[in-house]
Design a protein around this ligand. Structure first.
Ligand code: HEC
Length: 141
């Protein structure tokens, strides 16, 4: 967690050095941000399958990957710590997000494997709203 304290400093140094330039001085994304990018890519891959531009095998791989990332939520967002590091993350939100992500990712994987398009569409929406949304929508504090 020492890394976390240095990131804002690196970010401000990069800004001082030259406004958004990329290169060796560019701050690295946090492990949480890396996980998020993978999860978003998985969600997009499953949506691509629904729209006919990805195969069921690709969607199934993405759903498995999402389920694996969901299992990382407790490590990435330990409830007591996450609430100190993120202003809008209460311990309750972090705990609820862990449960919701794992439940929804498992249901999404099962629906993708079933190949039932309507079921996949419903579960994709539910995953975004109730899984991702636990943190990204502001119903729970
Ligand atoms: C446990 C709460 C939580 C859940 C669940 C969650 N997110 Fe996030 N998300 C965050 C936080 C916190 C950040 C900011 C991370 C950082 O930069 O340190 C973030 C950042 C992001 C980003 C920006 C990443 C970047 O490039 O900086 C994307 C995209 C994202 N989330 C998508 C998703 C998607 C898609 C889902 C569901 C599959 C999801 N998130 C579920 C908390 C969550």
């Amino acid at each position: 967690m020492r890394l976390r304290a240095t990131l804002p400093i690196l970010a401000s140094l990069a800004l001082l050095a030259g406004c958004g330039e990329t290169g060796p001085g560019t701050p690295q994304p946090t492990p949480q941000a890396v996980a998020m990018r993978h999860m978003l890519a998985d969600i997009n891959q499953i949506r691509a399958y629904l729209y006919g531009s990805a195969s069921q095998a690709q969607a199934s791989g993405a759903a498995s990957d999402l389920a694996s990332w969901a299992k990382q939520v407790p490590a990435l967002f330990p409830p007591e710590l996450a609430s100190q590091e993120y202003v809008d993350m209460s311990p309750e939100r972090a705990r609820a997000a862990n449960a919701a992500m794992n439940t929804n990712a498992a249901l999404l994987l099962a629906s993708v494997q079933s190949g039932n398009q309507a079921a996949i569409a419903d579960q994709l929406a539910a995953t975004e709203k109730n899984g991702c949304g636990t943190c990204h929508l502001s119903g729970i504090k």
